[in-house]
Design a protein around this ligand. Sequence first.
Ligand SMILES: CC(C)(COP(=O)(O)OP(=O)(O)OC[C@H]1O[C@@H](n2cnc3c(N)ncnc32)[C@H](O)[C@@H]1OP(=O)(O)O)[C@@H](O)C(=O)NCCC(=O)NCCS
Length: 143
Amino acid sequence: MKKTHSLNQLPIDKQPTLRVTTRPNDANKSGDIFGGWLMSQIDIAGAIAAAERAKGAVVTVAVKELQFIRPLFVYDLVSFYAEVTATGKTSITISVEVYAQRYLSGDGMMEKISEATLVYVAVSAPGIPREVPPLLATFLVGP
Ligand SMILES: CC(C)(COP(=O)(O)OP(=O)(O)OC[C@H]1O[C@@H](n2cnc3c(N)ncnc32)[C@H](O)[C@@H]1OP(=O)(O)O)[C@@H](O)C(=O)NCCC(=O)NCCS
């Protein structure tokens, strides 16, 4: 995956799936944010995108890749961009890119801090996979 460490603005061609501010309770002893907190938020963002594609419940079956590129600090505003990269019979692969706006830097500096690839499975009940529905074609009607 392409890494871009510093940006002046968030990606303009897509909408964030999730935005959240880090809190002091999310920090570890050294003062930056606990990696497990970020992993949890990545899973939530990925599940939102997967559930939209699955039109219903999904479960996480695998985290294929997760990279912590830059540290995250208390009160950073964190934006998660999740998108479907592949679908199988019952599985949906999601790419998540994470950007932090540095609250304390004063200049709103933006950095890409993490990226991940996760696989979800559409389920009809816990433990029971179901087929991912086909994508409906969109027709443009006009003069
Ligand atoms: C996810 C789950 C429903 C799959 O059930 P299963 O009977 O093993 O189903 P399958 O073996 O047919 O796998 C289902 C799909 O997942 C894919 N899959 C399974 N393990 C995978 C892995 N490690 N990596 C990538 N894909 C995987 C399979 O390739 C299959 O995809 P396809 O249908 O698109 O070809 C079941 O394993 C489960 O409930 N796991 C626990 C999920 C969970 O608790 N997650 C954490 C909380 S959300």
